[in-house]
Design a protein around this ligand. Structure first.
Ligand code: GLA
Length: 739
């Protein structure tokens, strides 16, 4: 069961990484390791006890700066021993450790003491592999460090290996621990719920432990594996920020602790809740990767670094973009879900496709309802044959039609799920996650297939491979519409059954990797009832995500705002849908809806059969305008100029492309009160010495605004909106182009 071959996954990652080399050094005399990348240095070393001790994480140090060998912290009191107060890179639970351990194990004789000391190191392409070993037992841990030379984002993970002759049980395994010196900090993290994802929480780090986690088997809507810690109080553009994101789409946990001496430790990896992984002799367990970065430019600077890192080093490439510095911009898509729900059929989808193509859409996606006996959400999941009543001639006529209209074709699937009312469940009731003899809890009338099982993995890969081989499909919207319950796996020995938490997610990744290898031009969206599976693990295999089922354009402003703290607008799909909107019964203009969606990767999800000629013309114009500036929006530097949070009357964002030759500005009014005009927009990130010409995408600037002015003018004097820009749910957008 545990012979997971990561070779496939890793070869994929290697293909997508750039060839830049970061600076790493090891001082053999002091045993100090140093990694430098971008504006960041990270330093750790072997202390006098043999532990690996964190020494520095922050702004880049001078090339000639050196460190003496690290010294363990002294015992503070008989209640605070040095083992717990010394910031270890990866502390085993043993000796006198009271904070979260990185690793906790039980040996077969009941011994649970684990003390990891430095053993050896190897220099790797972008960093180090540092080997630790328990002071007696043959448990080895290799810590992997890899620094991105451009952004200074450090990738950390661990491989835990049993070189003994008896099995050992891992009870808790983190990818990494990050340490910050004693101080006052603000913690930022993202929480939510279905249709209300990506809420930014900001709170002072207090004594004790703040747990951010998912126990649900997947990433979850409720919390996202990202954090940012600011020195002092929150600030968008100033101050020091340390941030991190965990690349894992199963149950995960990040703990943020402020200890009794005010030092802060962040530890993250597999969620130890209900965790257990038996390492038989010779076996090893690889943790997820925990990425960490630093910015001296506030939360804005932190997210810009993370976005660039994601674009260059996380997101996959297709055959046609292999080796490219950035992934290609997302095709503007049409999705049928909100227009037709489960009532899809050949004629209806063809009619929508014709309308979509006329708007300038590049990709037509048929959502749920096309397969098995799928009339509603009660039946059909698991039976991945084309429904013969809805599509009597298979998918080919529709796909051919979509191609003839100049678009490519995408299809919705939900591979890991099954409805009890399906042929698959009737044939293989034992394929679902369950505890033998216990009730199986349904959610949305469905159960979760146990993807950890080799037969289930083979079935899922098999039907997807067949679907992609037999049909010209460019894109899969890969959905996942519930969380786990009763996570039993009775086909394997009782003491190994908890490995489902690891094996399920690894098999998900390996299916995605294998599909992409076999169908190298296919693109995939990660959806989980909206934003329930968005993390740097799934993003290594998927090109975009669905941030939320909530497509209300005003709600989307806060949802998308939160999203961009952790993830690039490139992956942030956003559809223009109908008004009044089903979520809040709010009516908004089509222009407002478009501008809200144009801040990410644009899609249309409305019932375009109902659009008037005027609406169609506006949509056509805005889609064309969007395409002209899309690379700047999705790959540029994002500045959140005015936050939509806390009931703000106004909000605004700005994207500047990397050579600073173009900027795109979006401005939104929630509800003008007391005649207040829109705030002056002092732009950011432009070249002060370059002349930029302003043009409107939608809305007007004040008549006194120069058509052309220097970057210095736009940043210092600022952009003044026209007096007429007032009312409820108003939106405007502008572009600046280097003259
Ligand atoms: C989930 C997705 C939606 C849609 C439905 C289909 O809720 O998030 O976009 O695809 O499933 O059942």
């Amino acid at each position: 069961m545990k012979a997971f071959t990561l070779a496939l996954l890793l070869s994929f990652a290697t293909l997508t990484s750039s060839a830049q080399v970061s600076k790493v050094s090891f001082d053999a005399t002091t045993k100090v390791f140093r990694l430098d990348g971008g504006n960041v240095s990270y330093v750790f070393g072997v202390n006098s006890r043999g532990e690996l001790q964190q020494m520095y994480w922050g702004g880049r140090l001078g090339a000639t700066d050196t460190f003496p060998a690290p010294k363990p912290k002294p015992e503070w009191a008989s209640f605070d021993d040095s083992y717990t107060t010394t910031p270890q890179e990866y502390a085993g639970w043993g000796e006198g450790l009271y904070i979260e351990p990185a690793l906790k194990v039980t040996f077969p004789d009941g011994n649970r003491d684990l003390v990891l000391h430095y053993a050896s190191y190897k220099t790797t392409e972008h960093g180090f592999d540092v080997e630790l070993k328990d002071i007696e037992q043959p448990i080895f841990v290799t810590l992997h460090y890899s620094m991105d030379s451009e952004t200074g984002v450090l990738a950390r993970s661990a491989t835990i290996e049993n070189r003994g002759t008896e099995s050992v049980t891992i009870e808790q395994a983190a990818a990494a621990s990050w340490a910050l010196p004693a101080g006052h900090y603000t913690l930022n993290y993202l929480t939510g719920r279905w249709a209300g994802e990506w809420t930014l929480n900001q709170e002072p780090i207090q004594h004790g432990e703040r747990i951010i986690e998912s126990r649900r088997g997947s990433t979850s809507h409720q919390a996202n594996p990202w954090f940012a810690i600011e020195a002092g109080t929150p600030d968008e553009e100033h101050g020091e920020v340390w941030f991190g994101a965990l690349g894992w789409s199963g149950s995960w946990r990040i703990t943020v602790e402020r200890d009794q001496l005010d030092a802060v430790r962040v530890t993250g990896g597999f969620n130890p809740f209900d965790f257990g992984y038996v390492l038989h002799p010779g076996q090893s367990l690889e943790t997820p990767i925990f990425y960490g970065g630093y910015s001296a430019h506030g939360l804005g600077g932190a997210s810009r670094e993370l976005h660039l890192f994601e674009l260059k080093h996380i997101l996959p490439r297709t055959a046609s973009t292999r080796g490219a510095e950035m992934p290609r911009v997302r095709p503007v898509l049409y999705n049928s879900w909100e227009a037709t729900e489960f009532n899809v059929n050949e004629a209806g989808q063809m009619a929508l496709a014709e309308k979509a193509a006329a708007l300038g859409v590049d990709r037509f996606v048929m959502d749920d309802g096309w397969f098995g006996q799928r009339k509603n959400d009660h039946a059909g999941l698991g039976d991945w044959y084309v429904n013969p009543q809805k599509f009597p001639h298979g998918l080919k006529p529709l796909i051919d039609k979509v191609h003839s209209l100049g678009m490519d074709f995408g299809l919705w699937v939900e591979p890991e799920m099954v409805n009890p009312d399906s042929d698959l469940y009737r044939k293989h009731p034992d394929w679902v996650l369950h505890f033998k003899g216990r009730p199986e809890t349904e959610q949305r009338n469905q159960l979760v297939l146990n993807l950890a099982r080799p037969d289930v993995r083979a079935y899922i890969f098999g039907f997807l491979d067949k679907l992609l081989t037999e049909n010209d499909i460019a894109f899969l919207k890969w959905d996942y519409n519930r969380n786990w319950s009763e996570p039993g796996w009775d086909a394997i020995p009782a003491n190994e059954q908890k490995e489902v938490y690891v094996a399920f997610t690894r098999n998900l990744y390996s299916i995605l990797a294998e599909l992409r290898q076999k169908h190298p031009n296919v693109e995939i969206e990660s959806c989980s009832g909206g934003g329930g599976r968005v993390d740097l693990g799934i993003l290594r295999y998927t090109d975009e995500v669905w941030p939320s089922d909530n497509t209300d354009p005003f709600d989307r402003l806060t949802i998308q705002n939160g999203f961009t703290y952790a993830y690039t607008p490139q992956v942030m799909m956003s559809w223009v849908t109908d008004s009044p909107h089903w979520m809040n019964n709010r009516s908004t203009s089509l222009a407002y809806r478009f501008l809200s969606s144009m801040q990410g990767s644009l899609g249309i999800g409305a019932n375009i059969n109902k659009w008037t000629p005027d609406e169609t013309a506006l949509a056509k114009r805005l889609i064309a305008a969007y395409k002209q500036v899309q690379p700047t929006i999705v790959r540029g530097d994002l500045y959140r100029l005015i936050s939509p949070l806390n009931g703000s009357e106004f909000s605004a964002t700005e994207d500047v492309n990397r050579d600073k030759s173009q900027a795109v500005i979006f401005a939104f009014i929630h509800s003008t009160q007391e005649g207040r005009g829109f705030p002056l927009l002092k732009l950011e990130g432009l070249d002060p010495n370059v002349e930029y010409t302003l043009s409107s995408i939608e809305g007007k600037a004040s008549p006194n605004t120069p058509t052309t002015a220097s970057g210095a003018w736009w940043m210092n004097h600022g952009l003044v909106m026209d007096q007429s820009f007032r009312g409820d749910f108003q939106a405007a957008a502008f572009r600046l182009d280097k003259k």
